[in-house]
Design a protein around this ligand. Structure first.
Ligand code: ADP
Ligand code: MG
Length: 770
């Protein structure tokens, strides 16, 4: 039996899901798979595990709950332990590198990546009697894969008379991908809807959409605090830096002063203390942990079979802050401090002198500090929480009456060509914005201030966020799933499947790359080709497999810094001003100053043969060097580089370098702003590495001597035959290898342009093979 305190019991009784305990449990007892949908804050995450515990599900085996966010795994395990009066040795959590699980653990909260990893060693999840997949509406890649795997594991466990229950929980009713997908569940699982009382929330749009939403959030909060009655304020911005910036500003504006400090001893030292150290700190700690966890080394080529967490770096929960805010395309008009009609009508009910109890909330915040959002607010203060989208559905903050919504979020965007991902700030979806709005209506009628116009909301916000799995590059997904031991990815029951033809093509490309064993023609085996040793290594790099292979082969001759730089430079569009602007062959650019610049950067022996990638390496190196002397801007201007691209390349180099250091423990890579050009020998190795990664992008010069027709010879002067292409492609005019026109080359990119009446193929980013 569970002994709860009166206080906890009273709080539980206020949760809508408690009234439904019997119904929920009956449904779970009668069905192997159940979907629970209920408004955020209705008590799903904290109560369902307790229902299961009290119904005896933890007697012989464990209750497992997965969360896409690390924050939620930690916070929820603590809350449930507290509510049940059980020690953390029994209600525990496990996230990558951290946890308090013991042999006595009965209820285990974990990230979805952690459970996936457990499936590799224990496919039937025999330690669990029930698995709860929480926050399924977030559609994280790992949760989606778990749904697919569990749809098969549950019947298997049933066959063995050792049943496993699966509960899928969602904050939205949009669960048709789970209920109506018959490949996933032959019998649609029953859905139970938890009715939550929700008070009306008045939505206030802005007339215009300011670019600087952080400044706008600050102004709006000042007004709310000065003019509106009691009630907590919750502000949504996109990342840790923005959160900290806004918290500092608000604390400065409404300090919590000494005379008010007497009340709560545990609180009084906390208000003005230093904010959490930023990113840097955590990365280092994680790297140390990494070392401790005895990762094997890359150059031993016996890396651990899988690293499922490759895509979950610290703070990766959609808000890694290594990346600065990118531009967004919101209304660029000058924003003059618009007065909000609603706010102006109101009389002062709260004094502006009233202190604001400002708390930050984001994934990387220590769990101790996260807990403060649940602690009582010092008397006389108004609560104000500045949060990333963690507070959207994962954590429910009490006493919120006002929501200030920037309408933005950080999204991981993948470069199609390279698979390198970067975080960019985008508009959220309508569904997300409505979730955020809902946070204001839990205690009473509330208000939501949207820092964007209704036109922007209607026209530029997507209805829903797309499932992550459909945004991830397929080659990558294919390799990762294969490395997890999922053999038939093409037949995998995804809740929202990626394109099937794409998956097949990916399998083929991976075989060509050597990440999978060659696809043997003729012999029809049931199994798809196995993952090679190289494939396992490649899967550790957070870039597309072809670039992963280049990195994997670069741990020699001090090549890694160059390959990292190259991969970063190749990932950024239009670093050099001449390319891209004139993508058409017709413009003779040999005499242009840009072409001369390129030629001089590619000059000399093996440099020359490395070709266009060499120009990129030199451009980045020279620009960064200029940057260390403080004249990056002039340098870019003089040499025709795009300064923003240089910044992007730098960020990617930092990101890749960090991730390599994390995953490969014998390299201590750093980003050298003064990276010298490669030596001749290194340039030769780089050519081989490029060839290894671009094996399917090899082209051979059309042999002109065999052509008798003069006109035709002229036409085909720079023509190459590429594998898989019917018509020849032409070396782009900006290539430094155009004059030389080597017999065999690799190229980075092929594209088609309208040329007169017909289309003409061009290839760019040329390196000579020999
Ligand atoms: P759901 O999963 O349906 O969104 P939760 O179970 O997370 O709902 O939350 C139920 C309630 O528990 C919320 O009112 C929330 O504020 C409260 N709660 C969660 N964690 C804590 C905590 N650490 N301290 C106090 N209250 C908490
Ligand atoms: Mg929840």
């Amino acid at each position: 039996p569970v002994h709860r305190t009166d206080e906890v019991q009273a709080a539980r009784l206020r949760l809508p899901i408690l009234a439904e305990e019997q119904q929920v449990m009956e449904l779970i007892n009668e069905h192997p798979i159940v979907i629970v949908a209920g408004e955020t804050g209705s008590g799903k995450t904290t109560q369902v595990p307790q229902f299961l515990y009290e119904a005896g599900y933890a007697q012989h085996k464990m209750i497992g709950i997965t969360e896409p966010r690390r924050v939620a795994a930690i916070a929820m395990s603590k809350r449930v332990a507290h509510e049940m009066n059980l020690p953390s040795s029994e209600v525990s959590y496990l996230i990558r590198f951290e946890g308090n699980v013991t042999p006595a653990t009965r209820i285990k909260f974990m990230t979805d990546g952690v459970l996936l990893k457990e499936i590799e060693t224990d496919f039937l999840l025999s330690k669990y009697s029930v698995i709860v997949l929480d926050e399924a509406h977030e559609r994280s890649v790992y949760t989606d894969i778990l749904v697919g795997l569990l749809s098969r594991i549950v019947p298997l466990r049933h066959k063995r008379s050792n049943p496993l229950k699966l509960i899928i929980m969602s904050a939205t009713l949009r669960v048709s991908d789970f209920t109506e997908n018959t490949r996933l569940f032959k019998v649609p699982p029953p859905l139970i809807k938890v009715e939550a009382r929700q008070y009306p929330v008045t939505i206030h749009f802005q007339k215009r959409t300011p670019d600087d939403y952080v400044a706008e959030a600050y102004r709006k909060t000042l007004k709310i605090h000065a003019k509106l009655p009691e009630g907590g304020i919750l502000i949504f911005v996109t990342g840790q830096q923005e959160v900290n910036q806004l918290v500092r500003k608000l604390r400065r504006a409404f300090p919590y002063t000494v005379q008010q400090k007497e009340q709560k001893e545990q609180q009084d030292h906390k208000q003005q203390e230093e904010l959490e150290p930023e990113k840097e700190f955590d990365l280092k700690r994680t790297i140390r942990n990494m070392r401790k966890s005895k990762k094997k080394f890359l150059n031993q080529i016996s890396l651990p079979k899988i690293n499922l967490d490759d895509y979950k770096l610290p703070g990766d929960d959609t808000e890694a802050d290594m990346h600065e805010v990118a531009d967004d395309d919101s209304d660029p008009e000058e924003h003059d401090l618009l007065e909000d009609d609603h706010l102006n009508e109101l009389t002062d009910t709260a004094s502006t002198k009233q202190p604001l109890w400002v708390l930050p909330l984001y994934s990387l915040l220590s769990s101790e500090k996260q807990q403060r959002i649940f602690q009582p607010v010092p008397e006389g203060c108004r609560l104000c929480v500045v949060s990333t989208n963690v507070a959207e559905t994962s954590l429910t903050i009490p006493h919120i009456k006002y929501v200030v919504d920037s309408g933005r979020q950080k999204t991981r965007l993948y470069d199609k060509l390279t698979g390198v991902s970067a975080f960019v700030v985008t508009y959220t979806s309508k569904a997300s914005a409505d979730q955020r709005t809902g946070r204001a209506g839990r205690i009473s009628a509330g208000h939501c201030y949207r820092l964007y116009s209704s036109a922007v909301y209607n026209d530029l916000f997507a209805d829903f966020n797309q499932p992550d799995i459909q945004q991830k590059p397929v080659d990558d997904l294919m390799l990762q799933m294969r490395c997890m031991g999922i053999d038939r990815v093409v037949h995998f029951p995804f809740p929202s499947p990626p394109d099937q033809l794409q998956l097949q093509a990916a399998e083929h490309r991976l075989a060509v790359l050597g990440a999978l064993k060659p696809i043997s023609s003729g012999v029809t085996t049931d199994l798809p080709p196995a993952v090679t040793q190289l494939g396992h290594v490649i899967s550790h790099f957070p870039v597309s497999p072809r670039f992963g292979k280049m990195l994997a082969l670069s741990n020699q001759q001090q090549l890694l810094p160059y390959t990292v730089c190259l991969v970063a430079a190749l990932s950024v569009q239009e670093l050099l001003i001449d390319t891209g602007v004139q993508r058409d062959d017709d413009v003779p650019s040999h005499s242009s100053k840009f072409h001369q610049r390129n030629m001089s950067w590619a000059a000399g022996g093996n440099y020359r043969l490395l070709g266009d990638p060499m120009v990129l390496l030199r451009a980045v190196g020279a620009a960064e060097y200029a940057g260390t002397r403080g004249n990056l801007a002039e340098f870019c201007e003089a040499y025709g580089l795009r300064p923003k691209a240089i910044n992007e390349v730098r960020k990617l180099r930092v990101q890749l370098t960090n991730e390599i250091n994390l995953n490969v423990s014998d390299v201590e890579l750093c980003v050298d702003p003064q990276l010298k050009p490669p030596s001749n020998a290194q340039a030769r190795f780089l050519r081989q590495i490029l060839l290894a990664g671009m094996g399917d992008r090899v082209a051979r010069k059309v042999p002109l001597d065999e052509i008798t027709d003069k006109e035709e010879r002229r036409r085909l002067k720079y023509a190459y035959n590429c594998a898989d292409m019917e018509q020849p492609a032409f070396l782009h005019a900006t290539s430094v290898l155009r004059q030389m026109s080597p017999d065999w080359i690799v190229y980075q990119e092929a594209y088609e342009l309208m040329h007169g009446d017909s289309n003409k193929m061009f290839i760019r980013g040329i390196t000579a093979i020999e």
